[in-house]
Design a binder for this molecule. Sequence first.
Ligand SMILES: Nc1ncnc2c1ncn2[C@@H]1O[C@H](COP(=O)(O)OP(=O)(O)OP(=O)(O)O)[C@@H](O)[C@H]1O
Ligand SMILES: CC(C)(CO)[C@@H](O)C(=O)[O-]
Ligand code: BAL
Length: 297
Amino acid sequence: MIICRTIADLKEKLHTLRSGGKSVGFVPTMGYLHEGHASLLRKARERDDVVVLSIFVNPMQFGPGEDLDRYPRNEERDLALAESCGCDLVFLPVQEEMYPSRPLTSVKISGLTERLCGASRPGHFDGVGLVVGKLFNLVSPTRAYFGMKDAQQVAVIKTMTADLNFDVEIVTGEIVREPDGLALSSRNVYLSPVQREQAVVLSRSLREAKEMCMKPGMTSGGLIKAVREAINGAQDAVIDYVELLLYPSLEPVPEDQPLNELRETFIVALAVKFGTTRLIDNALFDHTGGESACSEQ
Ligand SMILES: Nc1ncnc2c1ncn2[C@@H]1O[C@H](COP(=O)(O)OP(=O)(O)OP(=O)(O)O)[C@@H](O)[C@H]1O
Ligand SMILES: CC(C)(CO)[C@@H](O)C(=O)[O-]
Ligand code: BAL
C-alpha cells in the first residue's frame, strides 16, 4: 500500500496506478477508522480497480468551540485497517499541504444545508464542500464512497457533484452499527461508560419510529414527539435536533401529515449530545413502512 503525504506525490503515484484506464474508487475520511469506513473501502475494492483512501481532519468544517483539537487520531492502526481492506493508496496530507494559505474560495451548497447539521454547525457544509471539491480534483475518482450515517452530507455532495459537473459517481454505504445498534463513529470514543450505555437510545428510538410510522393516524408531528420522548428517557441525553424531512430534498413535511399517506421517501434524523459529545443517526423510510432501499445503494 502506497502512502502519500504530498499532493505532488499523490499525483505521480496515481498517474501510474490508473494507467491503462483503470477505475479509481475513493473513500474520503477524517481517520480513526472503524468498520463503517472499512465497509466503504471494501465496497470500493469490489467495484474499482484502484482504491484510494484519504485521511484528513479538515479544519474548515469545524466551528469555533468544536472538537478539532481533540479529534481522535491513530495513524498506525488506520494504515493497518486500510491495508487489510485492500486499499492501494492512502493520502495523508498535513494541513499546510491542503491549505497553504487561507482559501479565498468558498463552496456554498444552499437550501440543503439550512437544516439539521447545517443549522447546528454553521459553516460546516461549506468546509465539507470545499475539501471534498479539492479532493475530487486531486484524485479524479471514478466513484466516491460516502456513508449514510451522514445522510445530509450525501445529499449535499450529490448536489455539489451535479452542480459543478464533477465526473464522479457517488456511491453510498449503509450505516454500520455496534451489536446493540449504536452507529459506529470515531466520536464514540469520547463517551464515558455510562454515556455509551445510554447512547443506544438513538438507534432504539429510530427502530421504534419504524414500528410506529405506519400506524393509522400517525402524523409527522406525532412521530417526532414520540422519538423525542424516547430520547429524553435517557438521563444524560440532550437533543440537538429531531427532524422528519423528505429525502434527499430535505424539504419539510407538515406536522399534520399522516405518514401512511406520504408517497415520498422521508428521513428521521437525530443529533443528540452526551456531555460534549454530539452523536448523529438517521433512518430512511418509504411509503411501505419499510426502511427505504435508498439507504443501501
Ligand atoms: N457507522 C458508519 N457506517 C457507514 N459509514 C460511516 C459510518 N461512520 C462514518 N461513516 C462514513 O465514513 C466517511 C468518513 O466519515 P468520518 O471520518 O467523519 O467518520 P465518522 O465516524 O463519521 O466520524 P465522526 O465521529 O466525526 O462522525 C463518511 O462518508 C461517513 O459517512
Ligand atoms: C467527507 C469528509 C471526509 C470531508 O472532510 C468528512 O466530512 C467525513 O468524514 O464525513
Ligand atoms: N462525518 C462528518 C464529519 C464531521 O463531523 O465533521
